[in-house]
Design a protein around this ligand. Structure first.
Ligand SMILES: [Zn+2]
Ligand SMILES: [Zn+2]
Ligand SMILES: [Zn+2]
Length: 716
């Protein structure tokens, strides 16, 4: 059954299309839009006529209803699918600007073609993304509907635009742009031709608009330069969406342009213009904002968030996306925000990055004289810094509201209200203590894409990036080892965090494609080539925030001391990790307490595993490395008891997956992250399956980070 039925209460049409109920749920293994299915020839971008259209150029005959009130019509129109890429797993923002521009060109061509049919009154380009908005086909695609009427929402917008124009002689969309630029605090991104903002009135927490800066009534009015800019803004905004919650972000993308072939409106090209509206049904990572009674039944929207607050979150997501996809553009945008916050005009500014780290193996033995094997990863903390003429230090952070003002060459006091500011303040104090005096003040903007409280050492990256920036700006000539030590002091003395040296050391001294074998006692270290061939490190954040961490940490410290004292009745060892497994097995009867025995066993064998892991890396024996990771995990669970339900479950799920040859928690435990050695061909399925299983069993939504061995702190 296919027909249009008129809703006399709203004065618009409903498309009745009963065969749509039978749409199959697409099996991912046999996607009809993958060229490999044999269903479709190879393509770059493709227009495909919808198999189950609600509207069609040759609609079936209908039986006209006889009524005073009701009426029906044939389903004239067209429903098309636009396939963005032959790659089933691609996201639009992963495609090149050139490729996206071709998609836009296809949209334009289709709009032109469909407008030729005088029965079509409105051409609607849109994309539904994600299962939350009912998408059954995961292959990247958008759609085009040609309606034989102007849909109601567009009609309302056009009516209001007409009214506004009558009164003000101005296009309502042009006016909206002006007001958003003037207020400035809802703008997410702009290039020469487009501006993206969360409009003042938007009814979704992330309901962003992308608007043409020039008055362009139709998509087809865009010139070559504007098409390129349109591709750019789409790429940046869609990329940012997926960084908001670190998951594929569902949305409805709706292109609003002028109607066609209609005499309902006169002069509409003067008062209405092209813009893209996003409808985003998530309000939290796994919480849907429903279009419920008030919204659906009364059209009275309630936005649960203040757009001005969401703007910062969105900007942060934008920088996260750019930092991972396009570092040059990241720099440009980071400086743009630096200039905006510090009231500068187009000035160049230096940017420094200090990375997060994972520890490959050697857990909980840094305080037992053992070795650790950290690797710096792609996530990091960025510091943009520029000298001032006066003696003020002005600190700002993309993710924070507060601006902190300090003075140079003065000892800072602990700030109870703005905790984050104590990290840079602590660093400044350490420079001051060393007698390294500053000549000028400076402006700073921080940005970090390292999740906090996940054990990836976000705080070490924070202090190291700032200390290194300060050192470079003022020509203090501290080396990277001295920077690491200074930052450890800042955290220990000022912020009041008990931490070892590993984090600062890794963030400062790491080198691309190398792990660092570090002796935590004397800071001797060796660079170990970190080459994984076809394997990749997948970091999974359990999203269980670390708890009880400090008390348990102190407890383990004490237990290890007792173990050492007992073993030293026969052995004279400086620390637990100086004892070999053979010595331990010979003398373990000295320890009667089973728990103390287990703690000692972990420390001594874990240190041995670090040495074996180094050998495995040198021999490129990844299977062996994977096995050592698993052994470490099991020892941390059984002997050291620092894993917990979430990390244990994550391990159990991960290690069962095809292509995963090793997995273990990294960091102090009791929540935080695991690292996983996964073959590159299986990463997509690995992530999908672990996500599904972990969510089901634990109820938390894990985050995934694909990592390679990165450079320590550097100017970028
Ligand atoms: Zn496909
Ligand atoms: Zn306009
Ligand atoms: Zn609109």
């Amino acid at each position: 059954m296919n027909e249009l039925r008129y809703n006399p209460l709203l004065g618009t049409w409903v498309m009745v299309a009963t065969q749509r109920q039978n749409r199959p749920h697409m099996d991912e293994d046999r996607c009809p839009f993958c060229p490999s299915s044999g269903n479709i020839k190879n393509y770059e971008i493709l227009k495909y006529d919808n198999d189950f259209p609600a509207l069609m150029p040759n609609p079936p005959e209908i039986k006209k209803i006889k009524s005073k009130l009701y009426k029906n019509e044939k389903s004239y129109g067209k429903c098309e699918v636009i396939l963005y890429s032959p790659d089933h797993k691609a996201n639009l923002y992963e495609l090149s600007i050139n490729h996206i521009q071709k998609i836009i060109e296809l949209w334009i061509n289709r709009c032109k073609e469909l407008s030729k049919n005088k029965k079509n009154k409105y051409i609607f380009v849109f994309e539904n993304k994600g299962e939350e908005v009912g998408v059954t086909m995961l292959h990247p695609h958008g759609q085009i509907y040609a309606y034989p009427f102007v849909p109601l929402k567009l009609k309302i917008e056009l009516d209001n635009a007409e009214k506004f124009h009558k009164k003000n002689k101005k296009c309502i969309i042009c006016q909206m742009n002006e007001e958003e630029i003037k207020s400035g605090n809802r703008i997410i991104y702009e290039n020469k031709s487009f501006i993206a903002y969360l409009p003042y009135f938007t009814d979704y927490p992330y309901g962003i608009f992308i608007v043409s800066k020039k008055h362009r009534p139709y998509l087809s009015d865009l010139d070559e330069f504007e098409k390129n800019d349109f591709a750019d803004v789409l790429k940046v905004i869609e990329g940012s969406f997926d960084k908001i919650f670190n998951r594929s972000f569902p949305f409805m993308m709706c292109v609003h342009q002028c109607p066609v072939n209609t005499d309902e409106y006169k002069n509409f090209k003067k008062y209405y213009h092209l813009h893209i509206e996003f409808y985003t049904p998530l309000r939290a990572k796994d919480k849907i904002k429903y279009y419920a009674s008030s919204e659906s039944g009364a059209w009275a929207a309630a936005n649960v968030a203040l757009v001005e607050d969401k703007t910062n979150e969105f900007i942060s997501s934008k920088l996260k996306y750019l930092a991972s996809y396009d570092i040059e553009k990241f720099k440009e945008q980071f400086i743009y925000h630096f200039n905006k916050i510090h009231n500068k005009k187009n000035e160049t500014t230096s940017i420094y990055k200090a990375p997060a780290r994972i520890n490959i193996i050697g857990e909980h033995i840094d305080y037992n004289g053992g070795y650790v094997l950290p690797v710096a990863i792609d996530l990091g903390c960025y510091t943009a810094i520029k000298k001032r003429k006066d003696n003020k230090i002005i600190l700002s952070d993309i993710n924070k509201k507060e601006i902190i003002i300090l003075k140079i060459n003065k000892k800072n006091r602990f700030n109870n209200k703005v905790i984050w500011s104590n990290y840079p303040a602590g660093v400044l104090n350490e420079f001051y203590k060393m007698g390294l005096k500053l000549k000028n003040g400076f402006d700073v903007l921080f940005f970090s894409d390292i999740p906090i409280g996940s054990g990836l050492s976000s705080s070490a990256a924070f202090t190291v990036s700032f200390a290194y920036a300060l050192n470079s700006l003022n020509g203090f000539n501290l080396n990277k080892k001295e920077i690491a030590l200074l930052c450890k002091q800042a955290e220990n003395n000022f912020v009041g965090v008990k931490c070892g040296i590993m984090d600062q050391f890794a963030s400062s001294l790491s080198e691309r494609n190398y792990a660092i074998l570090l002796n935590c006692n004397n800071l001797d270290y060796e660079k170990i080539p970190f080459e994984l061939g076809d394997y990749k490190i997948v970091v999974i954040d359990s999203n269980k925030k670390r708890q009880l961490f400090e008390s348990k940490y102190n407890e383990r410290l004490k237990e290890c001391k007792i173990a050492l004292k007992l073993l030293n009745k026969k052995i004279k060892a400086k620390d637990l990790c100086s004892i070999t497994p053979i010595e331990f097995e010979k003398n373990k009867n000295l320890i009667k307490d089973k728990i103390i025995l287990k703690r000692a066993k972990h420390a001594i064998y874990e240190n041995e595993r670090v040495k074996k892991a180094v050998l495995a890396l040198k021999n490129k024996d990844l299977i062996k490395l994977g096995r050592l990771l698993n052994q470490s995990q099991l020892s941390l669970k059984e002997n050291y008891e620092v894993t917990g339900f979430e990390l244990d479950t994550l391990y159990e799920i991960s290690i069962k997956q095809k292509g995963c040859i090793g997995s273990r928690m990294t960091g102090a435990g009791f929540g935080g992250c695991t690292i996983n050695l996964v073959h590159k061909d299986f990463i997509y399925d690995f992530k999908k399956n672990v996500l599904y299983e972990y969510k089901k069993r634990v109820g938390l939504y894990p985050d995934f980070y694909l990592c390679k061995a990165e450079q320590g702190v550097e100017k970028i």
